[in-house]
Design a protein around this ligand. Structure first.
Ligand code: NAD
Length: 479
């Protein structure tokens, strides 16, 4: 029985590399029933700012699987990123990017690199929650959830087990973002205990990214948050020497999308010189996903044999190459090698996922005793901080006094601390109940109303909670 899949030919080099890929899949005997949709530049230009039309969603709802060529995002405001829209709408929470080097056939300074980045795909700064609070201040919310972190971390460990990987590395910045990244790191440690057979380690993201650039072979599976994952997967692809070779999958509970990691390369479109390997690698991942692991194995091994035989598109053509070929000719060379195994590279053998193997449940954070202990008010103010402190102190309640003012996270009141600091025009003004006591939302409302009546403007507020007695907010630097 053929499996229905949705295919988008995309823009730029998209149609050429997709046609080449589908040719290989057909010749390999993949059992696919292809529905074609249009997404991207033409759709944007028709006035659909999302880059996708309702009919395309209908196809996706039917097939639940998309093989997507890269698209061109028009420059200028108003257009939404189709990739971000799809990831969120289809709940594609995991972005899997395997990056390997193909030394000596593809030139690279990292001949032993073979890593997989598992990137959280829905949260973090990509939630796109931004506010301009004043003339001076724009704010972008970094949203990290317990449930989302647990889900991606579990996915990474399960991926490592199923794919015979030995080590999972977590990357975060929990030395600075102690609550958000701290939760991610803690969950990694806790869930990691369920996988004693795997090595586990944690890197602060900055040194982790540097290590990927300098010594990528020390990594196996890496799990990280959305923005860090975006950056390190480009670093990894770049240093592998083969940005045109890598594929990726975006996996959700019901849907999956497969695409090359590169863009639509308009500079070489229509010339039959683009490398179709990235989208072909994505198609291999798709075949495994839909239970056609045998065909995936045949295609991947034929592709490795082609690379080994020195049949190369211009982007990877070098000293070890034998023949420079175009997109169509490369696909034909892969087809010729279907059934052949590579001799220098290790042959690949994919297995279908066990049917009915239920994913482990992912939970919201366990309920905890939650107490309201204060409120941060973000007050628009240009001028003397001591004067602001006096005004706001007078507005405080007995049960909810002003305890601190900070600017860009640094405490500037009651202690002076900002002599050398460039102040901005929004201050975080913290009202906190005395140690050991709690307040009500009514008291917060009363305070906000007093601030409004005084003529001061509160651009934003955030309640301060304690969870099982532990504060759920950061202290001001110097507080
Ligand atoms: P790009 O990846 O398209 O191109 C970067 C360079 O790599 C170019 O020199 C290009 O010729 C080369 N290249 C890329 N893929 C290649 C291949 N398969 N074979 C040979 N050479 C290849 O990145 P860009 O130029 O920054 O972006 C072009 C367009 O693609 C933009 O509109 C961008 O928004 C879009 N884009 C789309 C996706 C996607 O749909 N997933 C991803 C990234 C960029």
């Amino acid at each position: 029985m053929a499996t229905p899949i949705t295919v988008a030919y995309g823009d730029g080099i998209g149609p050429e590399i997709m046609e080449a890929t589908l040719h290989v899949l057909r010749e390999a005997g993949a059992k696919l029933s292809v529905e074609t949709i249009e997404v991207g530049e033409r759709v944007y230009k028709m006035g659909a700012t999302s880059g996708i039309l309702p009919a395309a969603w209908e196809s996706l709802k039917r097939t639940k699987v998309l093989l997507k060529a890269p698209i061109t995002t028009p420059q200028g405001g108003g257009y939404k990123s189709l990739n971000v829209t799809m990831r969120k709408t289809l709940g594609l929470y995991a972005n899997i990017r395997p990056v390997a080097s193909y030394f000596p056939f593809v030139k690279t300074v990292h001949p032993k690199m073979d890593l997989v980045i598992v990137r959280e795909n829905e949260e973090d700064l990509y939630a796109g929650i931004e506010h301009r609070l004043s003339e001076d201040v724009c704010q972008c919310l970094k949203l990290i959830t317990h449930s989302g972190s647990e889900r991606i971390i579990r996915y990474a460990f399960e991926y490592a087990v199923k794919n015979g990987r030995k080590k999972v590395t977590c990357m975060s910045k929990d030395n600075i973002m102690k609550l958000a990244d701290g939760m991610f790191h803690k969950l990694f440690d806790a869930i990691g205990e369920e996988y004693p057979q795997l090595q586990k380690e944690h890197y602060i993201i900055d040194i982790g990214a540097a290590r990927i650039a300098a010594r990528p072979h020390v990594f196996d599976v890496i799990v990280t948050e959305n923005l860090y994952g975006d950056i390190i997967s480009d670093i990894a692809a770049e240093v592998s020497g083969s940005v045109g070779l890598a594929g990726s999958s975006n996996i959700g509970e019901d849907f999956a999308m497969f695409e090359a990691i590169h863009g639509s390369a308009p500079d070489i479109a229509g010339k039959n010189i683009a490398n179709p390997s990235g989208i072909l690698q994505s198609a291999v991942m798709l075949l495994v996903h839909i239970g056609q692991a045998e065909i995936a194995t045949v295609v991947h091994n034929a592709w490795l044999a082609t690379i080994e035989d020195g049949i190369h598109t211009v982007d990877i053509y070098g000293e070890e190459s034998r023949e420079k070929v175009g997109t169509k000719e490369f696909a034909a060379a892969v087809v010729e090698r279907l059934g052949k195994k590579p001799s220098t590279f290790l042959p690949i053998e994919y297995r279908n996922a066990e049917k009915g193997a239920a994913a482990k449940a992912v939970n919201l954070a366990p309920s905890q005793k939650t107490e309201l202990v204060g409120v941060d008010t973000f007050i628009r103010w240009r001028g003397n901080v001591a004067e602001l402190g006096d005004k706001l102190t007078a507005l405080g309640l007995k049960t909810l006094p002003l305890t601190m003012i900070s600017s860009k996270g640094l405490t500037v009141w009651p202690k002076a601390g900002a002599e050398n600091m460039h102040l901005t025009d929004v201050f975080c003004c913290r009202y906190r109940a005395p140690e050991g006591s709690v307040i009500t939302t009514g008291e917060v409302a009363a305070l906000l109303s007093r601030i409004a009546d005084s003529g001061l403007e509160c651009a934003q507020m955030a309640n301060l909670y304690a969870f099982d007695g532990k504060i759920g907010f950061s202290l001001g630097q110097g507080e």
